[in-house]
Unconditional design. Sequence first.
Length: 460
Amino acid sequence: MNPRNQFASDPHLPRYHFTAPQGWLNDPNGLIHWQGEYHLFYQFNPHGAFWGAMHWGHAVSTDLVHWTDLPIALAPDMPYDRAGVFSGCAIIHDGKPVIMYTGVNSPHQLPCVAYADDTLRSFTKAPQNPVISAPPDNLVEDFRDHSMWRDGEWWYQILGSGDGTHAVAPLFRSKDLLSWEYLGRMIESEDAVLEKIYECPDFFASNNQHVFITSPLPMRRVIWMSGAFDGRKFVPSQRNMVDEGMSFYAPQSFSDANGRRIMIGWCQEQRHDSSSRAAGWQGVMTLPRIIALDDAGALTFTVAPEVANLEGSTITHGRDLSVSQAQTALAHVAGDSLVIHARIAAHGDAKTTLVLRHDPQSGEQTTVTWDRGNNELICDMAQSSLNQNTSHDCYRTALHASVADELELHIYVDHSIIEIYAGAYTVCTLRVYPTHAANRYQITSSGDVSINELIVRQMA
Ligand code: FRU
């Protein structure tokens, strides 16, 4: 029996976003495209919907959007990882898949290797584990999470760490994945208040520059930086948020066989922990996002085209509509698992608000507003739920200058998760827990606004 069936009537369980079959899920791990299959490993507690006893859960897909659960890949069953198999990555070495993860034996957190068979379905931990015996360079015991790349005959990896004051990403190299030479600090934070540990570093080349993505503690937001890498040091020249929502954390990216850089992030729950424990599941992955630097070195986000495979029947489709025509069209929409594609044209100080997950009786609703005059996006959960023990945050974010007079929105609603793509540079992910069906939609505006295109489709 699929353990997910026990949640069949749960109004908050996402259906087309990946969740663990049951229990707790956090970071995506070991993302890799191998022999035609996408593998998604993840931080998993099979014992309940709370963080602890970290394992690597495992799912596989041929299209990035329909996932099949596989047995647990790695369990905390060795002396060096008995307190948890923490986050890591997967690479292909000598034609075989290999996993680099963090083995935790409190208080120590150290890099460990697991070899996979050709199908990436069985795993053998290296007898040499842990493969780095202690953090170098006055780094603290927070010494975990791995990003790897190959250059010539060397494997390089960075970890997430800190020196007690600043966050640090130490850089190592190896030929055999077992003996590692320390090369110095690839980057350390300037901010010593919000950035003391770099969790989940992710590093890759894009458009003649390099990108460093990390989830620093105690900031607990995800930032990208782009800049120059000379093989030892990374010098960022710009930075921004990866996602505007507070639930989004610890993403990982990988390159697939088509050369695309694909990112998946973890969205934690934003309701009282006791509700999540009672529900029997916690944590959801975002849809896959294609990320790339533009020519000016800013990171762009596009939902993976495969997500269109999940789109079902068209509920409404119109072009060149007035706002009142769009409102009439939206009045026919009802659901909690759908996608809205909209291209909105606005001038001057016009404001346009899309009302999502609205319940006319209770007034529950979540709103997304484009303030054209201030070029801002405002995602407001103040009225998302009558349950006060859920997030009621409101996120305001500056949109990229390219938005100008037309905003392209792609809004993925899936029960308690809403992913909002606003132009090519901004994504805002929300978690909402209405207490009523809250399945209605509206659009309102002030000023000069028209709707170039509006499509609403059912999601599978
Ligand atoms: C980030 C994180 C990682 C760690 C893992 C443990 O959410 O704290 O740094 O490897 O989760 O579950």
